[in-house]
Design a protein around this ligand. Structure first.
Ligand code: PAF
Length: 279
């Protein structure tokens, strides 16, 4: 395993090898979901670069940024067993933001207007800025992202198209706990009883998937909220059903479109997101 802090050394190393590279951008606090991306990336590339950088500009809330879980030693120990060909890239702020910590401004049309884009001001400008910098600094052939952040994936796809970046994006399935809770670095903030309660998010999404053709979207939203907020510790921030193409929430589900349900739920102070496709 190799660890690089500068893109100069990283690029020099990779160029000297002339190999294919898969990138997994992360903010650390690695879990089995990240490791499944590493496995997938090794199936398709000679070297796998995993970046660890907690990106300040994608947080709309200072305490969320300050409390974001981090444990670099543990992250590195999880990655070590993989292969000698794993590269951990841990950039400093100036590597990503040479002109000061400020996000670029992008136009993603409808893709960043709803769900996370609506509830987390400037979040996707921050995500796109860091991903653009990471792509520039590592020049990957492929990059791997988890389906839990489906809206983020669509934003990055649009970024890659707009900037004509020569990297193929791979969307990988959500990895879940046995009880259905989607793996997330933020789960580290949950105690064991909150983890149990949070499993109702996926459970209720599956129920919505079973019954969606019998109700309109407002009724489905009410069913979801009533079930989730049965527990006083859980609070739904949003429930949206949107087409995968434009991510615009709809009120009535018509056939033959690829719809997905997107939710954000607070479990105590911890905000979790999840989604499920309806087709
Ligand atoms: O999904 C994440 O962990 C982050 O949003 C990403 C893509 C690493 C950018 O900071």
């Amino acid at each position: 395993m190799l660890v690089f802090k500068t893109s100069l050394k990283l690029k020099k190393f990779l160029n000297s090898k002339g190999v294919s590279v898969g990138l997994i951008p992360t903010m650390g606090a690695l879990h089995t979901g990240h490791l499944s991306l590493v496995e997938r990336a090794f199936e398709e590339n000679d070297y796998v670069v995993i970046s660890i950088y907690i990106n300040p500009t994608q947080f709309n809330n200072l305490s969320d940024f300050k409390n974001y879980p981090q444990n670099q030693k543990k992250d590195i120990s999880l990655l070590k067993p993989f292969s000698k060909k794993i590269i951990v890239y841990i950039p400093e702020n100036k590597e990503i933001y040479p002109d000061g910590i400020k996000s670029n401004s992008y136009d993603f049309g409808s893709l960043d207007q709803h769900m996370e884009g609506k509830f987390r001001d400037n979040h996707f400008n921050g995500v796109a800025t860091v991903v653009e910098a990471l792509f520039k600094n590592t020049t990957p052939n492929k990059a791997y992202f988890g389906e839990k952040d489906f809206q983020q994936f669509k934003i990055i796809k649009s970024l890659v198209e707009q900037k004509r970046i020569n990297t193929k994006l791979i969307l990988c399935p959500i990895v879940r706990e046995k009880n259905g809770l989607a793996l997330s670095s933020r789960n580290k903030h949950l105690n064991s009883s909150q983890k149990k309660l949070a499993s109702s998010i996926h459970f209720t999404l599956k129920k919505i998937k079973r019954i969606y053709d019998q109700y309109d979207v407002n009724e489905l939203e009410k069913i979801f909220i009533d079930k989730i907020e049965d527990s006083k510790q859980l609070k739904v921030e949003y429930f949206c059903i949107a087409s995968e193409n434009d991510l615009i929430p709809i009120k009535n589900i018509v056939n033959n479109k690829n719809f997905r349900v997107f939710v954000a739920v607070y479990v105590g102070q911890t905000r979790l997101i999840d989604n499920i496709k309806l087709y």
